[in-house]
Design a binder for this molecule. Sequence first.
Ligand SMILES: Cc1cc2nc3c(=O)[nH]c(=O)nc-3n(C[C@H](O)[C@H](O)[C@H](O)COP(=O)(O)OP(=O)(O)OC[C@H]3O[C@@H](n4cnc5c(N)ncnc54)[C@H](O)[C@@H]3O)c2cc1C
Length: 492
Amino acid sequence: MKSSKSLNSAVIGSGIAGLASAIRLASMGVKVIVYEKSSTYGGKLGVWESDGYRFDTGPSLFTMPQYMKELLTIDGLNDVDFDYDQLDILCNYFWEDKTRVSAYSNREKFKEEFRVKLGENPNNIDSFLDDSKAKYQITNHVFLEKSLHKLSTYLRWETLKSMLRIRKVGVFKKMHTENTKQFSNPKSVQFFDRFATYNGSNPYESPSTLNVIPHYEFGIGAFFPKKGMRSIVDALYTKAINMGVQFEFNKVINQITKLGNTYTLNNEGINYDLMVCNMDIATASKGPLKTLIKPQNSHYSPSSSALIFYWGIKKEFKELDLHNIFFSADYQKEFKSIFDNHTIDDDPTVYVQISSKLKKDDAPIKCENWFVMVNAPYVEGQDWDTLISATKENIISKLSRLLYENIQDLIEVEHILTPQLIWDKTGSYKGALYGSSSNNRMSAFLRHPNFSKHHKGLYFCGGSVHPGGGIPLCLLSAKITSDIIHNDFKIC
Ligand SMILES: Cc1cc2nc3c(=O)[nH]c(=O)nc-3n(C[C@H](O)[C@H](O)[C@H](O)COP(=O)(O)OP(=O)(O)OC[C@H]3O[C@@H](n4cnc5c(N)ncnc54)[C@H](O)[C@@H]3O)c2cc1C
């Protein structure tokens, strides 16, 4: 057996989970090199700047900051600057009939807002959010923080306790059906159904287990990094460098080969004792790992993707906050368009995030940087040019209608990210934002494990493997993976 100091590892991809894995391996004394096909780190957490506007191009909502704190102090040193604010208004919501509500993080204010604006009974909100918290407490330690593919997970007392309460998680019920029973106003139902989109799923198909998601925002909190979302990966990269991790950029890994107990990359002759793949698992299984793992075809259903317009807007909107949602009139039709018809509905729900509301230097004075996103299907042979220009028109007319301004006239810079570009840039299979969807009630168990069952030393992290997509879960995937490595290699 080798000591951890002489173990050589390679991480393929420097997405958030790849960076987190590199830090965790380095903290165990393992030598780490990260290979990244792009010219920079961070994967989906990109940045685009033009004419005084700065845009975070990927994630816009930051939850569970404690996972970041844990990583940035993993070696006992607090040597990387990373700070964030907690949001008082989680998001503003707009409907076509001119109803507007603000989702306050303070539960009493939130209930009052829903009572006054939507006539919703505060007890319905209380019982829903209490249930969301209970779901979190049952699932978090078992389904999210541990491997679902290791016997040891099921032999723990905490797992047994959770299993005894599993009915409460709502695996056999549908999210929308449960929310319809819970709330009196269809707008409240739409409001809580939207949380399915936080992992790229369809509320009309997903199990009501996904009603755990509101607890992340309402129970634990929503945050925004003071230097923007990109600073999350800036901080992780700096930490990794401080801990001795090496990076090689512009390096595409095309082939991973097993030689005895070690691995080589692109047949370049360097042997690695262990390999952590942060590439999307479906893409890797058809590419560099095709001789080592099975293709993800039979049960693999990608999550939704997104179409994003980054607009420099030469005006300030007082009625908008950091996060804003403009709901579609027929939510069910919108999801049918995305998941069944693989298209973007002609009345899509529009999400507008404006980081310059908090980080003033993200836009010129009296201007705002709008990140305008609609949910989109994964790539399936669509005519994207036609779909993009039709969707842009629909978005502009919707926002103009609800904000009483001609939005087209206010756009002074534009950049577009499409599902195909997401696929091309980060390798996310078919442009899925969150790996596989959670529409199936067994999806948690169908996601690829964090290790290879057949090849010792081969591990997986990131949004396409257990426990799933989104920043917090990607950070947890790196933790699960490194715990398994710690155990497999008996690192002290
Ligand atoms: C527009 C958008 C909005 C989102 N909104 C949110 C949000 O608000 N909140 C949230 O929590 N999450 C959000 N997400 C999801 C979140 O961004 C992802 O779940 C997460 O960033 C995925 O990280 P990852 O570690 O799996 O890797 P990725 O970010 O997918 O990175 C994988 C890396 O591997 C590299 N790579 C691929 N192939 C190779 C190869 N052959 N050789 C070498 N390197 C390779 C890629 O270049 C890339 O850097 C959003 C995503 C997008 C795109």
